[in-house]
Design a protein around this ligand. Sequence first.
Ligand SMILES: C[S@@+](CC[C@H](N)C(=O)[O-])C[C@H]1O[C@@H](n2cnc3c(N)ncnc32)[C@H](O)[C@@H]1O
Ligand code: SF4
Length: 437
Amino acid sequence: MAINPLLNPIRNVANKHDVREYVEKLDDAVPRTKGIIYIHVPFCPSICTYCSYDRVKYGKDDEEDYVHHLLEEMNLYSRKKLIQSAGFFAVHIGGGTPNMLSDGGIRTILNTLRNSFNIEKNAVINVEIGSKAYSREKLALLKDLGCNRLSFGVQSFDPGVRKRSALTTSNDGLKEMINDIKQFGFDINFDLMFGLPGQDEEIWESDLRKAVEFEPASLDVYCYYPINSKYYSLYKRKQAFRSGYRVEMPNEETILKMTEMTFTLLCANGYVQETAEDFAKPGKFSIIKAVGYTKNEISDNYIYLGMGPNSIGNINPYVYRNKFYNVPRTKSYLSDSSETGGFPIFLLRKNISPELKNLVLFPKVIKMKKARIGHRLLHEFSSRIEDLKARNLIMDDGDNFMLTDLGKLWIDNISYEFMNAEMKANFEDTIFSYSEA
Ligand SMILES: C[S@@+](CC[C@H](N)C(=O)[O-])C[C@H]1O[C@@H](n2cnc3c(N)ncnc32)[C@H](O)[C@@H]1O
Ligand code: SF4
Protein backbone atom coordinates (compact mmCIF):
# COMPACT_ATOMS: atom_id res chain seq x y z
CA MET A 1 0.00 0.00 0.00
CA ALA A 2 1.31 3.45 -0.83
CA ILE A 3 0.12 6.37 1.19
CA ASN A 4 0.47 10.06 0.64
CA PRO A 5 -1.24 11.92 3.43
CA LEU A 6 -1.13 15.08 1.34
CA LEU A 7 -3.35 13.62 -1.33
CA ASN A 8 -6.71 11.97 -0.93
CA PRO A 9 -9.28 10.98 -3.51
CA ILE A 10 -12.23 13.03 -2.36
CA ARG A 11 -11.69 16.36 -4.12
CA ASN A 12 -10.21 17.74 -7.34
CA VAL A 13 -10.50 15.47 -10.31
CA ALA A 14 -7.83 16.14 -12.93
CA ASN A 15 -8.37 19.31 -15.01
CA LYS A 16 -7.55 19.36 -18.73
CA HIS A 17 -4.78 21.95 -18.58
CA ASP A 18 -2.90 20.08 -15.86
CA VAL A 19 -3.33 16.78 -17.66
CA ARG A 20 -1.91 18.25 -20.89
CA GLU A 21 1.08 19.68 -19.02
CA TYR A 22 1.60 16.40 -17.13
CA VAL A 23 1.68 14.37 -20.34
CA GLU A 24 3.95 16.90 -22.11
CA LYS A 25 6.43 16.90 -19.26
CA LEU A 26 6.77 13.13 -19.50
CA ASP A 27 8.49 13.76 -22.84
CA ASP A 28 11.13 16.07 -21.32
CA ALA A 29 14.68 14.83 -21.69
CA VAL A 30 16.28 15.23 -18.26
CA PRO A 31 19.59 14.17 -16.72
CA ARG A 32 19.50 10.80 -15.04
CA THR A 33 17.08 10.67 -12.10
CA LYS A 34 16.22 8.16 -9.39
CA GLY A 35 12.90 6.46 -9.00
CA ILE A 36 10.60 4.01 -7.29
CA ILE A 37 7.80 1.99 -8.84
CA TYR A 38 4.56 1.12 -7.05
CA ILE A 39 2.08 -1.34 -8.55
CA HIS A 40 -1.35 -1.90 -7.08
CA VAL A 41 -2.96 -5.33 -7.35
CA PRO A 42 -6.63 -4.99 -6.32
CA PHE A 43 -7.56 -8.67 -5.77
CA CYS A 44 -8.17 -10.59 -2.56
CA PRO A 45 -9.51 -14.08 -1.85
CA SER A 46 -12.13 -12.53 0.45
CA ILE A 47 -12.58 -9.13 2.02
CA CYS A 48 -11.42 -8.54 5.60
CA THR A 49 -14.02 -6.68 7.64
CA TYR A 50 -11.65 -3.83 8.66
CA CYS A 51 -10.07 -3.22 5.25
CA SER A 52 -10.49 0.20 3.67
CA TYR A 53 -8.33 -0.20 0.55
CA ASP A 54 -9.15 -0.55 -3.13
CA ARG A 55 -9.69 -4.27 -3.39
CA VAL A 56 -12.23 -6.67 -4.89
CA LYS A 57 -12.88 -10.36 -4.61
CA TYR A 58 -10.69 -12.24 -7.09
CA GLY A 59 -12.02 -13.53 -10.39
CA LYS A 60 -9.94 -15.22 -13.11
CA ASP A 61 -11.47 -13.07 -15.90
CA ASP A 62 -10.86 -9.95 -13.86
CA GLU A 63 -7.19 -10.89 -13.48
CA GLU A 64 -6.81 -11.17 -17.25
CA ASP A 65 -8.48 -7.81 -17.77
CA TYR A 66 -6.34 -6.21 -15.06
CA VAL A 67 -3.01 -7.62 -16.29
CA HIS A 68 -3.86 -6.57 -19.83
CA HIS A 69 -4.50 -2.97 -18.75
CA LEU A 70 -1.54 -2.85 -16.40
CA LEU A 71 0.79 -3.88 -19.25
CA GLU A 72 -0.79 -1.17 -21.38
CA GLU A 73 -0.12 1.42 -18.67
CA MET A 74 3.50 0.21 -18.29
CA ASN A 75 3.91 0.48 -22.04
CA LEU A 76 2.59 4.08 -22.06
CA TYR A 77 5.05 5.20 -19.38
CA SER A 78 8.01 3.21 -20.70
CA ARG A 79 7.92 5.19 -23.96
CA LYS A 80 8.34 8.53 -22.16
CA LYS A 81 11.80 10.12 -22.05
CA LEU A 82 11.45 11.23 -18.45
CA ILE A 83 10.75 7.67 -17.34
CA GLN A 84 13.53 6.28 -19.55
CA SER A 85 15.98 8.60 -17.76
CA ALA A 86 15.19 7.10 -14.35
CA GLY A 87 17.11 4.37 -12.55
CA PHE A 88 14.55 2.60 -10.36
CA PHE A 89 16.11 1.48 -7.09
CA ALA A 90 12.95 -0.01 -5.54
CA VAL A 91 9.73 -1.68 -6.62
CA HIS A 92 6.75 -2.22 -4.35
CA ILE A 93 3.93 -4.49 -5.43
CA GLY A 94 1.05 -3.87 -3.05
CA GLY A 95 -2.63 -4.48 -2.76
CA GLY A 96 -4.94 -6.07 -2.26
CA THR A 97 -3.19 -9.38 -2.20
CA PRO A 98 -0.59 -9.68 -4.97
CA ASN A 99 0.01 -13.37 -4.17
CA MET A 100 -3.61 -13.97 -5.22
CA LEU A 101 -2.53 -13.55 -8.85
CA SER A 102 -1.83 -16.67 -10.89
CA ASP A 103 1.80 -17.74 -11.42
CA GLY A 104 1.49 -16.57 -15.03
CA GLY A 105 0.14 -13.16 -13.96
CA ILE A 106 2.96 -12.58 -11.45
CA ARG A 107 5.61 -13.72 -13.93
CA THR A 108 4.23 -11.48 -16.69
CA ILE A 109 4.10 -8.41 -14.45
CA LEU A 110 7.62 -8.80 -13.07
CA ASN A 111 9.18 -9.69 -16.42
CA THR A 112 7.46 -6.77 -18.15
CA LEU A 113 8.64 -4.44 -15.42
CA ARG A 114 12.26 -5.50 -15.94
CA ASN A 115 11.96 -5.28 -19.73
CA SER A 116 10.24 -1.89 -19.74
CA PHE A 117 12.05 0.08 -17.05
CA ASN A 118 15.59 0.51 -15.89
CA ILE A 119 15.38 -1.48 -12.63
CA GLU A 120 18.75 -1.27 -10.90
CA LYS A 121 20.69 -4.45 -10.23
CA ASN A 122 20.43 -4.28 -6.43
CA ALA A 123 16.91 -2.87 -6.34
CA VAL A 124 14.65 -3.77 -3.42
CA ILE A 125 11.70 -5.70 -4.84
CA ASN A 126 9.02 -5.84 -2.17
CA VAL A 127 5.72 -7.71 -2.44
CA GLU A 128 2.77 -7.58 -0.03
CA ILE A 129 1.44 -11.03 0.70
CA GLY A 130 -1.69 -12.09 2.53
CA SER A 131 -2.11 -15.28 4.51
CA LYS A 132 -5.41 -16.22 2.84
CA ALA A 133 -3.73 -16.67 -0.56
CA TYR A 134 -0.47 -18.10 0.78
CA SER A 135 1.38 -20.98 -0.83
CA ARG A 136 4.99 -22.17 -0.62
CA GLU A 137 5.06 -22.49 -4.42
CA LYS A 138 4.29 -18.79 -4.75
CA LEU A 139 7.16 -17.94 -2.42
CA ALA A 140 9.48 -20.00 -4.63
CA LEU A 141 8.22 -18.16 -7.70
CA LEU A 142 8.71 -14.72 -6.10
CA LYS A 143 12.22 -15.70 -5.06
CA ASP A 144 12.95 -16.95 -8.56
CA LEU A 145 11.74 -13.65 -10.02
CA GLY A 146 14.16 -11.66 -7.86
CA CYS A 147 11.85 -10.43 -5.08
CA ASN A 148 13.82 -9.91 -1.87
CA ARG A 149 11.43 -8.43 0.69
CA LEU A 150 7.93 -9.56 1.65
CA SER A 151 5.38 -7.65 3.64
CA PHE A 152 3.10 -10.09 5.45
CA GLY A 153 -0.31 -9.11 6.80
CA VAL A 154 -0.51 -10.58 10.30
CA GLN A 155 -2.79 -7.88 11.83
CA SER A 156 -3.40 -9.69 15.15
CA PHE A 157 -2.72 -13.12 16.64
CA ASP A 158 -5.81 -13.00 18.84
CA PRO A 159 -8.37 -15.63 17.72
CA GLY A 160 -11.38 -13.39 18.55
CA VAL A 161 -10.00 -10.37 16.69
CA ARG A 162 -9.01 -12.57 13.75
CA LYS A 163 -12.46 -14.16 13.55
CA ARG A 164 -14.27 -10.81 13.57
CA SER A 165 -11.82 -9.54 10.94
CA ALA A 166 -12.57 -12.53 8.67
CA LEU A 167 -8.94 -13.63 8.92
CA THR A 168 -9.10 -17.38 8.57
CA THR A 169 -5.51 -18.52 9.22
CA SER A 170 -4.81 -20.06 12.65
CA ASN A 171 -1.79 -19.10 14.79
CA ASP A 172 -0.12 -22.39 13.87
CA GLY A 173 -0.70 -21.60 10.20
CA LEU A 174 0.79 -18.12 10.60
CA LYS A 175 3.83 -19.57 12.35
CA GLU A 176 4.43 -22.02 9.53
CA MET A 177 4.14 -19.30 6.89
CA ILE A 178 6.47 -16.93 8.72
CA ASN A 179 9.08 -19.66 9.13
CA ASP A 180 8.80 -20.50 5.42
CA ILE A 181 9.26 -16.86 4.40
CA LYS A 182 12.38 -16.64 6.54
CA GLN A 183 13.75 -19.93 5.25
CA PHE A 184 13.42 -18.68 1.69
CA GLY A 185 15.71 -15.84 2.77
CA PHE A 186 13.31 -12.90 2.34
CA ASP A 187 13.49 -9.88 4.61
CA ILE A 188 10.09 -9.99 6.29
CA ASN A 189 7.88 -7.10 7.33
CA PHE A 190 4.73 -7.61 9.42
CA ASP A 191 1.59 -5.51 9.13
CA LEU A 192 -0.09 -5.26 12.53
CA MET A 193 -3.22 -3.37 13.54
CA PHE A 194 -4.51 -1.97 16.81
CA GLY A 195 -7.79 -0.32 17.75
CA LEU A 196 -9.79 -3.10 16.11
CA PRO A 197 -13.18 -3.89 17.63
CA GLY A 198 -12.80 -5.98 20.77
CA GLN A 199 -9.01 -5.57 20.87
CA ASP A 200 -8.14 -4.30 24.35
CA GLU A 201 -4.75 -3.29 25.78
CA GLU A 202 -4.03 -6.78 27.03
CA ILE A 203 -4.66 -8.32 23.61
CA TRP A 204 -2.53 -5.65 21.91
CA GLU A 205 0.38 -6.19 24.28
CA SER A 206 0.20 -9.92 23.58
CA ASP A 207 0.06 -9.22 19.80
CA LEU A 208 3.20 -7.09 20.02
CA ARG A 209 5.06 -9.63 22.16
CA LYS A 210 4.17 -12.50 19.84
CA ALA A 211 5.22 -10.45 16.82
CA VAL A 212 8.69 -9.61 18.16
CA GLU A 213 9.33 -13.26 19.03
CA PHE A 214 9.45 -13.92 15.27
CA GLU A 215 12.09 -11.17 14.88
CA PRO A 216 10.75 -9.59 11.66
CA ALA A 217 13.12 -7.13 9.98
CA SER A 218 10.45 -4.44 10.30
CA LEU A 219 6.85 -3.84 11.33
CA ASP A 220 4.16 -1.55 9.95
CA VAL A 221 1.80 -0.83 12.81
CA TYR A 222 -1.52 0.75 11.83
CA CYS A 223 -4.20 2.19 14.05
CA TYR A 224 -7.56 1.01 12.68
CA TYR A 225 -9.06 3.71 10.54
CA PRO A 226 -12.80 3.04 10.25
CA ILE A 227 -13.54 4.25 6.73
CA ASN A 228 -14.73 2.24 3.75
CA SER A 229 -14.71 -0.98 5.70
CA LYS A 230 -17.32 -3.69 5.89
CA TYR A 231 -17.16 -3.70 9.66
CA TYR A 232 -17.87 0.01 9.90
CA SER A 233 -20.86 -0.29 7.58
CA LEU A 234 -22.32 -3.07 9.69
CA TYR A 235 -21.67 -1.09 12.82
CA LYS A 236 -23.27 2.03 11.37
CA ARG A 237 -26.34 0.22 10.11
CA LYS A 238 -26.77 -1.27 13.57
CA GLN A 239 -26.59 -4.72 12.06
CA ALA A 240 -23.63 -5.31 14.28
CA PHE A 241 -25.51 -7.39 16.83
CA ARG A 242 -27.27 -9.62 14.31
CA SER A 243 -24.03 -10.29 12.48
CA GLY A 244 -22.21 -11.29 15.64
CA TYR A 245 -20.09 -8.14 15.65
CA ARG A 246 -21.39 -6.64 18.86
CA VAL A 247 -18.02 -5.66 20.20
CA GLU A 248 -17.03 -2.20 21.36
CA MET A 249 -14.43 -0.18 19.51
CA PRO A 250 -11.59 0.80 21.87
CA ASN A 251 -12.10 4.37 23.12
CA GLU A 252 -9.67 7.25 22.53
CA GLU A 253 -7.94 6.83 25.88
CA THR A 254 -7.26 3.16 25.10
CA ILE A 255 -5.97 4.08 21.63
CA LEU A 256 -3.49 6.52 23.20
CA LYS A 257 -2.29 3.84 25.63
CA MET A 258 -1.93 1.35 22.76
CA THR A 259 0.06 3.90 20.74
CA GLU A 260 2.43 4.48 23.65
CA MET A 261 2.72 0.75 24.31
CA THR A 262 3.66 0.23 20.66
CA PHE A 263 6.71 2.47 20.58
CA THR A 264 7.80 1.59 24.11
CA LEU A 265 7.66 -2.18 23.57
CA LEU A 266 9.07 -2.24 20.03
CA CYS A 267 11.94 0.13 20.85
CA ALA A 268 12.76 -1.96 23.95
CA ASN A 269 13.08 -4.94 21.57
CA GLY A 270 15.64 -3.36 19.27
CA TYR A 271 13.38 -1.62 16.73
CA VAL A 272 13.77 2.01 15.70
CA GLN A 273 10.65 4.10 15.10
CA GLU A 274 11.22 5.47 11.60
CA THR A 275 7.78 6.98 10.95
CA ALA A 276 4.45 7.12 12.75
CA GLU A 277 3.72 3.56 11.60
CA ASP A 278 7.10 2.05 10.74
CA PHE A 279 9.47 0.25 13.09
CA ALA A 280 12.60 -1.43 11.80
CA LYS A 281 15.74 -3.18 13.01
CA PRO A 282 18.72 -0.88 12.32
CA GLY A 283 19.43 -0.81 8.57
CA LYS A 284 16.19 -2.64 7.70
CA PHE A 285 13.82 0.29 7.12
CA SER A 286 12.07 0.10 3.75
CA ILE A 287 13.66 2.51 1.26
CA ILE A 288 10.26 2.94 -0.36
CA LYS A 289 8.70 4.22 2.83
CA ALA A 290 11.77 6.37 3.55
CA VAL A 291 11.53 8.16 0.25
CA GLY A 292 7.72 8.26 0.12
CA TYR A 293 7.50 9.95 3.49
CA THR A 294 10.32 12.45 2.76
CA LYS A 295 12.58 10.81 5.33
CA ASN A 296 15.71 11.68 3.39
CA GLU A 297 16.99 14.09 0.75
CA ILE A 298 16.28 11.71 -2.16
CA SER A 299 12.64 12.58 -1.56
CA ASP A 300 13.13 16.15 -2.69
CA ASN A 301 13.78 15.13 -6.30
CA TYR A 302 12.76 11.69 -7.44
CA ILE A 303 10.16 9.90 -9.56
CA TYR A 304 7.52 7.82 -7.80
CA LEU A 305 5.85 5.95 -10.63
CA GLY A 306 2.56 4.47 -9.40
CA MET A 307 0.74 2.12 -11.77
CA GLY A 308 -2.40 0.03 -11.43
CA PRO A 309 -5.76 1.16 -10.05
CA ASN A 310 -5.77 3.66 -7.18
CA SER A 311 -1.97 4.05 -7.25
CA ILE A 312 -0.45 7.30 -6.19
CA GLY A 313 2.46 8.72 -8.14
CA ASN A 314 4.74 11.70 -7.87
CA ILE A 315 6.30 12.98 -11.06
CA ASN A 316 7.34 16.56 -10.49
CA PRO A 317 5.69 18.99 -10.53
CA TYR A 318 2.64 16.75 -10.18
CA VAL A 319 1.19 14.29 -7.71
CA TYR A 320 -1.45 12.01 -9.22
CA ARG A 321 -3.83 9.27 -8.26
CA ASN A 322 -5.10 6.63 -10.66
CA LYS A 323 -8.73 5.64 -11.07
CA PHE A 324 -10.11 3.03 -8.74
CA TYR A 325 -10.57 -0.53 -9.90
CA ASN A 326 -14.25 -0.72 -9.06
CA VAL A 327 -15.23 2.40 -10.98
CA PRO A 328 -18.93 2.44 -11.83
CA ARG A 329 -19.98 0.50 -14.91
CA THR A 330 -16.58 -0.88 -15.82
CA LYS A 331 -13.81 -2.56 -13.96
CA SER A 332 -11.21 -1.71 -16.57
CA TYR A 333 -9.45 1.11 -14.81
CA LEU A 334 -7.77 2.24 -18.03
CA SER A 335 -11.02 2.68 -19.95
CA ASP A 336 -12.36 6.16 -20.72
CA SER A 337 -8.85 7.61 -20.44
CA SER A 338 -8.66 9.29 -23.84
CA GLU A 339 -8.99 12.73 -22.23
CA THR A 340 -5.99 12.01 -20.04
CA GLY A 341 -3.66 10.98 -22.84
CA GLY A 342 -4.46 7.32 -22.25
CA PHE A 343 -3.22 7.52 -18.66
CA PRO A 344 -5.78 6.34 -16.05
CA ILE A 345 -5.42 9.47 -13.95
CA PHE A 346 -8.32 10.46 -11.75
CA LEU A 347 -6.74 13.14 -9.64
CA LEU A 348 -3.83 15.42 -10.44
CA ARG A 349 -2.45 18.18 -8.32
CA LYS A 350 0.64 20.39 -8.45
CA ASN A 351 3.11 19.45 -5.78
CA ILE A 352 3.60 21.75 -2.86
CA SER A 353 7.19 22.93 -2.32
CA PRO A 354 9.57 20.30 -0.90
CA GLU A 355 10.14 22.63 2.08
CA LEU A 356 6.43 22.78 3.01
CA LYS A 357 6.07 19.04 2.40
CA ASN A 358 8.99 18.42 4.74
CA LEU A 359 7.45 20.64 7.42
CA VAL A 360 4.00 19.02 7.21
CA LEU A 361 5.45 15.50 7.15
CA PHE A 362 8.07 16.15 9.84
CA PRO A 363 5.85 14.72 12.63
CA LYS A 364 5.17 11.63 10.51
CA VAL A 365 8.91 10.90 10.18
CA ILE A 366 9.71 11.77 13.83
CA LYS A 367 12.86 13.77 13.03
CA MET A 368 13.62 16.34 10.32
CA LYS A 369 16.68 18.45 9.47
CA LYS A 370 15.78 22.11 9.86
CA ALA A 371 17.78 22.88 6.71
CA ARG A 372 15.23 20.84 4.70
CA ILE A 373 12.45 23.12 5.91
CA GLY A 374 14.32 26.32 5.10
CA HIS A 375 14.59 29.79 6.68
CA ARG A 376 11.43 31.23 5.15
CA LEU A 377 9.06 28.61 6.60
CA LEU A 378 10.94 28.44 9.90
CA HIS A 379 10.36 32.17 10.21
CA GLU A 380 6.71 32.00 9.08
CA PHE A 381 5.86 29.22 11.55
CA SER A 382 8.15 30.35 14.38
CA SER A 383 5.42 31.12 16.92
CA ARG A 384 3.63 27.80 16.23
CA ILE A 385 6.92 25.93 16.60
CA GLU A 386 7.70 27.71 19.88
CA ASP A 387 4.23 26.87 21.16
CA LEU A 388 4.67 23.15 20.30
CA LYS A 389 8.03 23.18 22.10
CA ALA A 390 6.53 24.87 25.15
CA ARG A 391 3.84 22.14 25.24
CA ASN A 392 6.61 19.51 25.20
CA LEU A 393 5.38 18.04 21.90
CA ILE A 394 8.50 18.73 19.83
CA MET A 395 12.22 19.24 20.58
CA ASP A 396 14.99 21.05 18.77
CA ASP A 397 18.65 19.92 18.93
CA GLY A 398 19.94 22.85 16.89
CA ASP A 399 20.03 21.06 13.51
CA ASN A 400 16.86 18.95 13.75
CA PHE A 401 13.31 19.00 15.00
CA MET A 402 12.23 15.83 16.80
CA LEU A 403 9.01 14.61 18.37
CA THR A 404 9.00 14.01 22.11
CA ASP A 405 7.36 10.83 23.42
CA LEU A 406 4.28 12.95 24.16
CA GLY A 407 4.41 14.30 20.59
CA LYS A 408 4.44 10.73 19.22
CA LEU A 409 0.88 10.36 20.56
CA TRP A 410 -0.36 13.39 18.59
CA ILE A 411 1.39 13.05 15.23
CA ASP A 412 -1.56 13.98 12.97
CA ASN A 413 -2.52 16.90 15.20
CA ILE A 414 0.99 18.36 15.05
CA SER A 415 1.10 17.86 11.29
CA TYR A 416 -2.25 19.68 11.01
CA GLU A 417 -0.69 22.75 12.67
CA PHE A 418 1.59 23.16 9.62
CA MET A 419 -0.94 22.49 6.84
CA ASN A 420 -2.26 25.19 4.53
CA ALA A 421 -6.03 25.69 4.16
CA GLU A 422 -6.41 23.28 1.21
CA MET A 423 -4.50 20.49 2.96
CA LYS A 424 -6.56 21.00 6.12
CA ALA A 425 -9.79 20.70 4.13
CA ASN A 426 -8.59 17.52 2.44
CA PHE A 427 -7.41 16.08 5.72
CA GLU A 428 -10.79 16.78 7.34
CA ASP A 429 -12.60 15.21 4.38
CA THR A 430 -10.59 12.06 4.88
CA ILE A 431 -11.18 11.93 8.60
CA PHE A 432 -14.86 12.76 8.58
CA SER A 433 -16.15 11.11 5.43
CA TYR A 434 -16.94 7.64 6.71
CA SER A 435 -18.45 5.82 3.77
CA GLU A 436 -19.96 2.45 3.07
CA ALA A 437 -17.79 -0.42 1.86
C1 LIG B 1 -3.95 -2.80 1.91
S1 LIG B 1 -3.42 -4.03 2.93
C2 LIG B 1 -2.59 -5.20 1.93
C3 LIG B 1 -1.97 -6.36 2.68
C4 LIG B 1 -2.40 -7.79 2.33
N1 LIG B 1 -3.53 -7.88 1.52
C5 LIG B 1 -2.72 -8.54 3.61
O1 LIG B 1 -3.86 -8.70 3.98
O2 LIG B 1 -1.79 -8.96 4.25
C6 LIG B 1 -2.07 -3.28 3.79
C7 LIG B 1 -2.31 -3.14 5.26
O3 LIG B 1 -3.15 -2.04 5.56
C8 LIG B 1 -3.66 -2.21 6.85
N2 LIG B 1 -5.08 -1.80 6.84
C9 LIG B 1 -6.09 -2.28 6.08
N3 LIG B 1 -7.26 -1.64 6.37
C10 LIG B 1 -6.98 -0.73 7.34
C11 LIG B 1 -7.75 0.22 8.06
N4 LIG B 1 -9.06 0.37 7.84
N5 LIG B 1 -7.12 0.98 8.99
C12 LIG B 1 -5.78 0.85 9.20
N6 LIG B 1 -5.00 -0.03 8.56
C13 LIG B 1 -5.59 -0.82 7.64
C14 LIG B 1 -3.49 -3.69 7.20
O4 LIG B 1 -2.49 -3.80 8.19
C15 LIG B 1 -3.02 -4.30 5.91
O5 LIG B 1 -2.16 -5.39 6.06
S1 SF4 C 1 -6.37 -6.63 4.45
FE1 SF4 C 1 -5.42 -7.47 2.67
S2 SF4 C 1 -6.50 -9.43 2.29
FE2 SF4 C 1 -7.76 -8.27 3.66
S3 SF4 C 1 -9.20 -7.22 2.30
FE3 SF4 C 1 -7.51 -5.79 2.72
S4 SF4 C 1 -6.12 -6.04 1.09
FE4 SF4 C 1 -7.49 -7.84 1.06
